[in-house]
Design a protein around this ligand. Structure first.
Ligand code: C2O
Ligand code: CU
Length: 480
């Protein structure tokens, strides 16, 4: 880049100023991190979600776009993000999956005061882990995320694996009225007691997708992010065999999923490598088959006329590990976590031989009529802001959470501030060294997760079906 001397000097001076002032804590000898500054302004706006229609939909957006801007940094960088609240409502931003210091976690009333209308808040943290993450409000998230406040945060490896294209697909669904407006029926107890609030159109990066053009021989790294409130995606790539290389940002042993289907609950991410093995002119559909009876074609993969290369490239797929502490299973503390409630909750508890009297159960229909908490974590249906921890974990200790989903519904369970190993599902050990920040529990499923409680603070632990989170399925884990 060729810059006139003066502006180049100004540029260096301002760079130095930002690099020196706010972080005097860098230990002597450590290289000063590269500071990356961003500005996100939350405000109302409009989006044309469907390219086949003229309709504009009213949205809430960061920097006027849905999704908000893709923040892309390098592992080891320091992020400084100025969030401005241009909404009429309070908000915050949570950096989903990123191991930030507690005060930067963006949970209103727990880690910070909500950002008032017209105010701003500077978030600042280091990109410790490379991977695919995302950001969204944690204030009335069932409404704010749904209206369009979300975006991708990509932390690149120092030495990324070679690919021809590195793309982000942020998946979402929207409940639109016939006029194409966003329906404002938020907080409906029927949604909360069932699957959550599902939409009637699906978008990728804010657009109803049609075709995705590829070339024979091309290798694409696709970073899939599920930003929907409630919809679980089960993407069937049919004749293609995507290789999963990371889940929730954390590298796994590269493997292809059974039947090539990628399942993503709300908030979950998968990095997949797609080798384009079709022939010029061929077309394939990617189908979403998660909900039986509601299958639909998400989009068409269209091969362009010019191949890129004849054979699939013989390049490495394994990502370097992130600096996560490996849990010490032999000396781990063990805690049981029981999820109950929702429609048919009492029935499932009986089936599973769990006491309904002592376990604390809420019959979903009754709770709906009383307008109370519909879901419970260890017998408690949290209402409003949760401040009291359900568990206190000693800092530095390895912990196993043995979780039981005693409900008739799926729940993507998310822990803030940490990534955890998924060690077993229904008693069977997992493979591929699976690390996550959100794990999808099927109805009646038991899952054990393990992690080192090494990030001090009060951390949310909740279902990421945002209607479930808002109706009781939320708690706090303290690390001290
Ligand atoms: Cu993505 Cu507590 O949230
Ligand atoms: Cu849930």
């Amino acid at each position: 880049i060729c810059m006139p001397a003066l502006s180049r000097r100004n540029f260096l001076t301002s760079l130095l100023a930002t690099a020196v002032l706010p972080w005097a804590t860098t230990s002597p000898g450590a290289a000063a991190p590269n500071v990356r500054q961003f500005r996100l302004r939350a405000a109302t706006g409009t989006a044309s979600l469907n390219p086949r229609s003229e309709q504009e939909t009213g949205v809430w957006a960061y920097n006027k776009t849905v999704p908000g801007p893709e923040l892309r940094v390098r592992q080891g960088d320091r992020l400084r993000i100025m969030v401005e609240n241009g909404l009429a409502k309070e908000t915050t931003v949570h950096w989903h999956g990123v191991r930030t210091p507690n005060a930067m976690d963006g949970v209103p009333h727990l880690t910070q005061r909500p950002i008032a209308t017209g105010d701003s808040f500077a978030y600042e943290f280091d990109a410790l882990d490379a991977g695919t993450f995302w950001y969204h409000p944690h204030q009335r998230s069932f409404e704010q995320v749904d209206r369009g406040l979300y975006g991708a945060l990509v932390i690149e490896e120092a030495n990324p694996i070679p690919v021809d294209r590195d793309l982000v697909w942020v998946l979402d669904d929207w409940r639109l009225t016939h006029q194409g407006d966003a329906s404002d029926d938020f907080g409906h107890p029927h949604d909360a007691a069932h699957n959550g609030r599902m939409g009637n159109i699906v978008t990728i990066n804010g657009q109803v997708p049609e075709t995705f053009e590829v070339r024979r021989g091309e290798r694409i790294r696709l970073r899939l992010i599920n930003a929907a409130n409630a919809r679980i995606f089960g993407l069937d790539f049919r004749d293609h065999q995507p290789v999963v290389i990371a889940l929730d940002g954390q590298p796994v042993t590269p493997h292809s999923q059974e039947a090539g289907r990628i399942v993503l609950g709300p908030a979950m991410r998968a990095d997949i490598v797609l080798d384009c093995t079709g022939r010029p002119g061929e077309r394939f559909t990617i189908e979403d088959t998660f909900y039986t009876g509601l299958e639909y074609n998400l989009l068409t993969i269209a091969y362009q006329d010019e191949p890129l290369r004849e054979a699939v490239p013989d390049w490495p797929l394994e990502l370097p590990a992130n600096p996560l502490a490996e849990p010490d299973f032999a000396n781990a503390l063990r805690h049981e976590v029981l999820f109950t409630g929702g429609m048919m909750g009492a029935m499932v508890m009986q089936e599973m031989g769990l006491a309904t009297a002592s376990g604390g159960t809420v019959d979903g229909m009754g709770a709906m009529m009383r307008g109370g908490g519909i879901w419970l974590v260890n017998g408690v249906a949290a209402e409003g802001h949760v401040l009291e921890p359900m568990l206190a974990l000693p800092r530095g200790k390895s912990c196993v959470l043995a979780m039981t989903n005693a409900t008739a519904w799926h729940h993507p369970i998310h822990l803030h501030g940490h990534s955890f190993r998924v060690i077993s599902r229904d008693g069977a050990p997992t493979s591929h060294r699976e690390w996550r920040d959100t794990v999808l529990m099927a109805p009646r499923e038991r899952i054990e997760i393990a992690f080192v409680a090494d990030n001090p603070g009060d951390w949310m632990f909740h279902c990421h079906i945002l209607e479930h989170q808002a109706s009781g399925m939320t708690s706090v884990i303290r690390v001290a």
